[in-house]
Design a protein around this ligand. Structure first.
Ligand SMILES: Nc1ncnc2c1ncn2[C@@H]1O[C@H](COP(=O)(O)OP(=O)(O)OP(=O)(O)O)[C@@H](O)[C@H]1O
Ligand SMILES: [Mg+2]
Length: 245
């Protein structure tokens, strides 16, 4: 978790983007008075949205400097796929012990309401929301509840991802790996084999082929590519004929 590389681009005007760092996701816009309250991160399947959410939660838990500067007292990471009702229920069901006394739940919720600016809520995968579920998630996005809490939402690029475009005051696109990130991943993954020539062949594959280069911007594809390469090399070395269908 400490090393998570990804490419993020912030929309500064409609259709116009600039690169930003992971550490800036919750930060104020340059010259702005207030922090963004409703943030959308959109990205292709497997591009690393959930990993990014986990990285943000991890950085808060270990007290990373940028999280300390933002002064969050608590960060809730909710998987929208598992949402069965209200956001409040999801926080208790997904994140807290099931035998938490009722009074503690009440106290915690009161704390959340009274300290909204310091309570970050991350909703991972809003495109996976079950439309049959009755939930207050849209109320949260439209600031009808927890108006001042920073809420970060991730979505695949489907019509639901921006179905409330006015709800978001920040829009970020997750573009996955740079070429360097992909190569460094293959390196890390391949290292235990300690066969430099095999590793070089794989890296050259990414560098030479525009198709593979494009594919490797997606961490899931890079992983599959490295796994496939490693398995094939291992099989070759052991004299086994490998066939992957
Ligand atoms: N920055 C990264 N570094 C290393 N591995 C990554 C990174 N981002 C994603 N991965 C790996 O790629 C796979 C897919 O990532 P992840 O689940 O975060 O994608 P996603 O965008 O949330 O996908 P989905 O749209 O299906 O929800 C995971 O196995 C994850 O470990
Ligand atoms: Mg995901």
């Amino acid at each position: 978790m400490p090393d998570v590389h990804t490419t993020l681009e912030l929309e500064i005007r409609y259709g116009e983007f600039r690169p930003i760092q992971l550490e800036e996701v919750f930060a104020k816009n340059f010259g702005a008075q207030i922090h963004p309250r409703r943030i959308l991160i959109r990205g292709d399947p497997g591009i690393g949205k959930s990993t990014l959410c986990r990285k943000l939660a991890y950085d808060w838990a270990v007290g990373a400097t940028y999280m300390q500067q933002r002064d969050f007292r608590v960060v809730f990471l909710i998987e929208v796929r598992q949402l069965q009702g209200s956001i409040k229920d999801a926080i208790f069901e997904q994140l807290l012990p099931s035998d938490l006394p009722e009074q503690s739940k009440k106290d915690l919720w009161l704390y959340v309401q009274q300290n909204q600016r310091r309570v970050a809520i991350i909703l991972d995968g809003i495109d996976e929301l079950d439309s049959k579920i009755e939930t207050d998630i849209m109320g949260l996005l439209h600031c009808r509840i927890l108006k001042y809490a920073p809420v970060l939402v991730t979505s695949r690029p489907d019509p639901h991802g921006r179905k409330s475009p006015n709800a978001y005051d920040r829009f970020i696109v997750n573009k996955g790996y740079t070429l360097e990130n992909a190569i460094s991943f293959v390196h890390k993954y391949f290292k235990p084999l300690e066969q430099e020539t095999d590793y070089i062949q794989l890296v050259e594959g990414i560098q030479m082929s525009p198709y593979l280069r494009d594919l490797a911007t997606n961490p899931l594809n890079t992983f599959s590519y490295a796994l496939f390469g490693k398995t094939t090399k291992l099989c070759q070395r052991q004299g086994v004929n490998c066939m992957i269908s």
